[in-house]
Design a protein around this ligand. Structure first.
Ligand code: TYD
Length: 217
């Protein structure tokens, strides 16, 4: 059985996942926890290579099922090489995106169907699901504008999708939250970063009293 904790952070483009993850990891490290932060697709060399194929802006002809299978393949390798060993070692793993991204983007927004996309992902994750998922909810118009104005990162193939696509992604996440209310906790990503961080820390402390027993007064 895993001794660690597996938390995933989800959300549309420009929700502020990267900032939250950095601050969250810092807080937990200050409490003396060993924290691993990682991301999907990627996190290890094989998966980073798959990532560059998926997100290449010139790959406009990529079939939706091919895309879903590549995400699932990257996920599998990343889980086996990085996430599972860290969990077995009792660490806190914070992962930027996981299976819910595939369900929202490929399943709902691309129209492949959440059930179908779950079936290939069930095979890929083989039971290794996060104990907690933080979903950072943001209006796609606001999120996409944030990315453009901040010049935060390079615009990738998925960013180039229409606003309607990103609205469907959000709708997909809302469905998932309704379907898995225990695992998925929604935060309003329109709020200031420090407020979001506080809310997330509160959620984690409540959820994992045992793990953080020494920190909670
Ligand atoms: P990334 O640059 O990591 O974007 P972000 O900072 O928004 O996470 O690019 C990852 C892109 O891949 C992002 O547009 C979401 C998409 N994605 C999927 O469509 N399905 C998936 O399963 C995953 C993990 C990501």
């Amino acid at each position: 059985m895993n001794k660690g904790i597996f938390i995933t952070i989800e959300g549309g483009e420009g929700a502020g996942k990267t900032t939250l993850i950095e601050q969250l990891a810092h807080t937990m490290q200050q409490r003396g926890k060993t924290v691993i932060t990682t991301r999907e697709p990627g996190g290890i060399p094989i998966a980073e290579q798959i990532r560059s194929i998926i997100l290449d802006r010139t790959h406009t002809g990529m079939d939706a099922r091919t895309e879903a299978l590549l995400y699932a393949a990257a996920r599998r390798q990343h889980l086996v090489e990085k996430v599972m060993p860290a969990l077995e070692g009792g660490q806190l793993v914070i992962c930027d995106r996981f299976v819910d991204s595939s369900l929202a983007y490929q399943g709902h927004a691309r129209g492949l169907g959440m059930e179908e996309v779950w079936s290939i992902n069930r095979f890929a994750v083989d039971g290794a699901m996060p104990q907690l998922t933080i979903y950072m909810d943001i209006d796609p118009e606001v999120g996409l504008a944030r990315i453009k104005s901040a010049g935060e990162r390079e615009v990738n193939r998925l960013d180039l999708e229409s606003l309607a696509f990103h609205q469907l992604v959000r709708e997909g996440y809302h469905r998932l939250r309704e379907q898995f209310p225990e695992r998925i906790v929604q935060v309003d990503a329109g709020k200031a970063a420090n407020v979001v961080l506080e809310e997330v820390i509160l959620t984690i402390d409540r959820r994992f009293k045992g793990f953080f027993a020494s920190d909670v007064k």
